[in-house]
Design a binder for this molecule. Structure first.
Ligand SMILES: [Zn+2]
Length: 93
């Protein structure tokens, strides 16, 4: 069972949240092409490993949050507000 620590409500069951998409892809601007909009709307990656995602707390505060989740183990190592970002990983020398 996935438990998500909402920054505003505390840790809650996954059933209160709805996956809201990939948080790593920047939204296209008006200057971008139709192909860029199409790729943003319909293109999906299926990464294995740590991934930054949007989740919506529909059964609670109804706010968007960013969740860094491992796509295989579902472990969550970071949760933040939409403006925040996880610290970059420290690379071994
Ligand atoms: Zn919440």
């Amino acid at each position: 069972m996935l438990r998500i620590p909402c920054p505003w409500c505390g840790t809650r069951d996954e059933a209160e949240f709805r996956y809201h998409g990939d948080a790593t892809r920047p939204r296209p601007t008006a200057a971008d092409t139709l192909a860029d909009f199409s790729r943003y709307t319909y293109g999906r990656d299926n990464p294995l490993g740590w991934h930054l995602e949007w989740w919506l707390h529909v059964g609670g505060c109804r706010r968007l949050l960013k969740v860094e989740r491992h796509t295989l183990s579902h472990e969550i190592r970071w949760v933040g507000t939409p403006e925040a970002s996880p610290a970059p990983e420290v690379q071994a020398p």
